[in-house]
Design a protein. Structure first.
Length: 265
């Protein structure tokens, strides 16, 4: 990996982009942590706010951190939240350090799966999977076993939220959805409409919930979002992933092509 670097946003004085291998890895506004530049992060925030409508502090585990954009957002919007971020690259941790610390958030240099395996049972409200290696979103570790571990660390009412990049025919996303449907009580998928129509590659936000998801609220907020999100749940999601088989340790997913990383956003 070449040395990550922070670039100032010329259109937003307080905005910084963390670049890794020439691709935009994270975006942080140091004065306004509620500003989310990347569309998939807007969709993740939409999900968290819809599920936890009371705006109470949350316990969150971030598997993959980058510049900790979502951890900063959660700390700003839900003060008192306790968070752990597991980032596998010390270079990225060091590069993001000038962006400042996050209250009640520990950032550790650690492997995501190992951190998940060590996390106590039923202690988290939210698990966010957002692994990134250079210009690619990492998916080979997303197996049925790992998805089951996400469920293990969640409290009743908790959610696992995953960022997975893909393009039609969704040979990466569909098996992960199949795994979530095996493990969780309710599952949904959010993506920009043109991605689901197969017009471009894109980031899909997958949600596994320990209780029923507020799907009408998700659809309403997705339709009104700055970057629209189409929501698949229930029978439409079942049709979407028909025939897909959950990945396993013996039969893991391949990594998506480099063009599916965050660099296209």
């Amino acid at each position: 990996m070449t040395e990550p670097e922070l670039l100032r946003d010329l259109d937003r004085d307080t905005g910084w982009t963390l670049m890794v291998e020439g691709a935009e890895q994270s975006y942080v506004d140091v004065e306004d942590a509620t500003h989310l530049e990347f569309e998939y992060m807007q969709h993740i925030a939409l999900v968290v706010d819809a599920v936890f409508a009371d705006e109470r502090p949350l316990s969150a585990l971030h598997l993959g951190g980058g510049a900790c954009t979502l951890a900063r957002w959660l700390a700003a919007t839900r003060p008192g939240s306790v968070q752990l971020v597991a980032e596998s690259s010390q270079q990225i941790i060091d590069a993001a350090r000038p962006l400042g610390d996050i209250r009640d958030c520990e950032v550790v240099h650690a492997d995501a799966v190992e951190s998940l395996l060590r996390d106590p049972d039923a202690g988290r409200d939210v698990v966010i999977w957002d692994l990134y290696d250079g210009p690619r979103v990492v998916t080979s570790s997303l197996t049925l076993r790992v998805v089951s571990e996400m469920r293990r660390v969640l409290r009743s009412g908790g959610i696992a939220v995953l960022n997975v990049s893909d393009a039609t025919p969704f040979d990466v996303v569909r098996p992960v959805v199949a795994a979530l449907r095996v493990v969780f009580d309710d599952v949904a998928l959010l993506a920009e409409p043109s991605t689901l129509r197969g017009r471009r590659s894109g980031n899909c936000v997958l949600v596994g919930a320990t209780l029923a998801l507020p799907v009408p609220t998700l659809r309403r907020r997705g339709a009104a979002a700055a970057t629209r999100a189409r929501v698949l749940a229930g029978e439409p999601l079942e049709v979407f992933c028909e025939g897909a088989v959950p990945p396993t340790d013996e039969r893991p997913l391949p990594e998506p092509d480099e063009r599916l990383g965050r660099g296209f956003l």
